[in-house]
Design a binder for this molecule. Sequence first.
Ligand code: FES
Length: 176
Amino acid sequence: MHMSEQNNPQPEASLAAGDWTPDMIRAEVNALKHKPGALLPILHAIQDRVGYIPEGAVPIVAELMQQTRAEVHGVISFYHYFRTRPVGSHVLQVCRAEACQARGGRELERHIQTRLGVAYQGTTSDNEFTLEPVYCLGNCACGPSISVNNEVHGRMTPQKFDRLTDTLTTTVLELK
Ligand code: FES
């Protein structure tokens, strides 16, 4: 479940990753709404807490910020950083920018997609990994670079990637 009903709120301690409550969203908005340009930091805070921006959070944010839902949707869709779907236990980001591509990034991304059996923006069927493209991780001299749960790993090779994912999960990954 990725949303708790307003009439039947769950205690926060019982929520699984990706679950959220309206109260949780209100708390994030109320903590930041008085700051200038608050909408972006609020959306960041929601994504940091829930893992993505739930569709049901949009009307809550819009009402508290006295903006239209379309305005909030507009900001979410403008910034590729924001996710609107739940993610897996680990978020893998592969750098697709030029410097990394020149250092073997294309071969690496093909390997990663085959190994995980998902394309970009996909989540593995066991819900372990979500794969996302990024355009520079600030580690260009040591490419190709990926990040795993926001930790950057440079000089990545298919072999190193396999070892890395093996350490992150005990689940056997499906090979395509
Ligand atoms: S180009 Fe890949 S980290 Fe900068």
